[in-house]
Design a protein around this ligand. Sequence first.
Ligand SMILES: [Cu+2]
Length: 144
Amino acid sequence: MNRFRSTSRVSRAITCARRRSFFTNARPFAGLVAVAALVGLTACSGSDPVDPGDEYPMSIDIFTPGNVFSPPVADIARGGRVNFRITESPDGDGHNALFGGQTGAPPDVPIVKDTTVSRTFNTAGSFEYFCTVHPGMVGEVIVH
Ligand SMILES: [Cu+2]
């Protein structure tokens, strides 16, 4: 019993001595860690000052002046909305905007004219679309 107790005391003393020695040895490194942390924070705030999601609009209008989508390439933030402001085409038909079943793309815009159809883009990526009424009438929405 006594032997165990004394062993235990010795063991505790050794453990404490090791802890003290660890902290004594670690102290010079603590300064280095603090400096490294400051440098790290400064580097982070310098290279990435703005949340990337804030750089792109949450809503954008795409027009159809003639048989083109304008702007042909639209950048928006993820979760943003594209308003297809579709006017009557020169041939009297309307336009559609098909995404071709791309994963993450919103539902297709049917053939319409003189109206606005809005679509929300919840998935990051590049989504090309086209009008089947007018071959070559294409556009792209890039979701960031
Ligand atoms: Cu068209």
